[in-house]
Design a protein around this ligand. Structure first.
Ligand code: SF4
Length: 231
């Protein structure tokens, strides 16, 4: 990316980058991403984003017990002192194809405890109301990490996220079973205000709180896959 473009994004407050990297161990990462994507190419992308001046760069690691939890400390060690913010995300039951089980979740409290034993950390106040990640920083000044506790501490009450599928359907929850069609409005020539009004109506009518009620009553729901609407 051209440096001027990065500067323009920075000026607009849009120069943030979020990258998914679940392990530094190549075999583990390739097994988890299902498409054999290598760690080296992710790290190359992170380096390119940094060289272009994009910041902060957030590295998202979904932690799954027995699959990549042994990578918690290596990942913390690797990204300490880089200025990048490593965020540990509790493994979620998004979609229906990942075979999710509660026992595979590594609670954020355990992640923090394990890191704190090696690299002492302390909590940091949220940057803004409703911030999804709980922030921590290394006591030796080597930077910040975050934990996203979508299973053990649901935050549906503060949720402000909508997702738009490539087919123009608006999803008001990561676990929604259906979206709201915006494409039809565009196709029939609706203007910005009309579309904004439609989005407002959808948002005001939503009552999503999947993570708060996760359990027997949600187990059988046919949910949308994250690959379809984004994380
Ligand atoms: S479960 Fe749905 S409403 Fe709750 S935090 Fe996640 S996306 Fe938001």
């Amino acid at each position: 990316m051209l440096p001027q473009r990065a500067q323009a994004l920075k000026a607009a407050g849009l120069a943030r980058v979020t990258v998914s990297l679940d392990a530094l161990d190549d075999a583990t990462f390739q097994r988890m991403n299902d498409v054999g994507f290598p760690v080296a190419r992710v790290l190359d992308g992170v380096a390119a984003a940094q060289a272009a001046g994009l910041a902060p760069i957030k590295i998202n690691m979904v932690v799954q017990r027995g699959v990549n939890d042994a990578q918690i400390i290596p990942m913390a060690e690797y990204f300490r002192g880089t200025g990048h913010i490593l965020r540990f995300i509790e493994y979620m039951d998004v979609g229906v194809t990942n075979g999710w089980r509660l026992e595979d979740v590594v609670p954020s409290a355990e992640v923090i405890r394990r890191i704190n034993e090696i690299f002492p950390v302390e909590p940091v106040a949220a940057a803004y109301p409703g911030e999804v990640a709980e922030r921590w920083r290394y006591r030796d000044g080597a930077g910040e990490i975050g934990v996203i506790s979508s299973v053990t501490h649901a935050f549906c009450g503060d949720c402000t996220r909508v997702r738009l599928s490539t087919e123009g359907a608006l999803y008001t929850c990561l676990f929604a079973q259906r979206g709201h069609d915006l494409r039809a409005l565009l196709r029939q020539g609706s203007g910005d205000e009309e579309i904004a009004e439609a989005i407002r109506g959808v948002w005001l009518a939503r009552d999503d709180r999947y993570s708060e009620i996760r359990g027997a009553q949600t187990a059988a729901l046919k949910k949308i896959e994250m690959s379809y609407i984004g994380g």
